[in-house]
Write a protein that binds this ligand. Sequence first.
Ligand SMILES: C[S@@+](CC[C@H](N)C(=O)[O-])C[C@H]1O[C@@H](n2cnc3c(N)ncnc32)[C@H](O)[C@@H]1O
Length: 287
Amino acid sequence: MVTAPQDGQITNWLNWSAAALVHSLEDNKQEAEWLLSSLLNCSKSELYLQKNELSEKQCELFQDWISRRIKGEPAQYIAGWTEFYGHRFNVNKSVLIPRAETERLVDVAIYTLQELEKHQIVDIGTGSGCIAISVAAEIPSASVLGLDISPEALVTAEENASINKLLNVQFLQTDFLQFTPSEPVYDGLLMTPPYIPTNEMDTLMKEVRDYEPDLALTDHEDGLTFYRHLADTAQKWVRPGGWLILEVGLGEHPQKAITCFDTKGFAQLELIADFNTDDRILKVQVV
Ligand SMILES: C[S@@+](CC[C@H](N)C(=O)[O-])C[C@H]1O[C@@H](n2cnc3c(N)ncnc32)[C@H](O)[C@@H]1O
């Protein structure tokens, strides 16, 4: 690794970190800026206006961050946060890092569900709470419940609701595959389940496979377990006229997911594309 600066000057540390990351990342300069601005709790543009120097402790911490990044740890886990739908979310190894593509699911949920009279919404596999919290922020009359099997993920989701000052969202530990409500009380069910089939886990980027929780990535089967289970139980979760809004994967996965629902008596089955024109959202109406 290139020799670290001997002083605390920000531009020296920026140049050093960008050079240190050059062989590991294409966008090495942007990541170096993002990590250093996270460490100093300022914006990227403020970095270049800072008069202060890094303290000795900050220099040591930043060196540790850069060596972790070189080994492949995602920048968001190192800095402990990310941005999603314009909100700040704490992240750690117990939650999936919210993906930009998932913002499309939030768009679809907002325009579909705010038209309804009532807004009782459940978010299954809530993780960091990014979907539940973003929808709760955009539909203030909504009452949103985020469910997850992982107690550690739920601690992070609670923290994120508090950071974002939202009172209309709650979280509960539930195993979706084991629990079915006795009667439907929701108008919308949102879900981004673990949908990577076991045999595709090896094709994931090292950064994802080695650092993000297995529980969030794969159902350890064919990637359709959660869709099949929902197709069998949806009428117990969602009132007639309500909606299921689900994220699906790439390739053949959207078509395979749709077949889980198409003979089970649902009204409308629609695949909605994201901004890259990939079909990534499956919207299904309960009758
Ligand atoms: C793909 S992640 C989605 C996280 C978050 N909704 C997002 O979009 O960033 C799937 C989530 O489902 C949770 N999960 C896995 N199995 C579950 C189960 N049987 N019941 C409830 N949640 C489960 C995982 O812990 C994980 O947080």
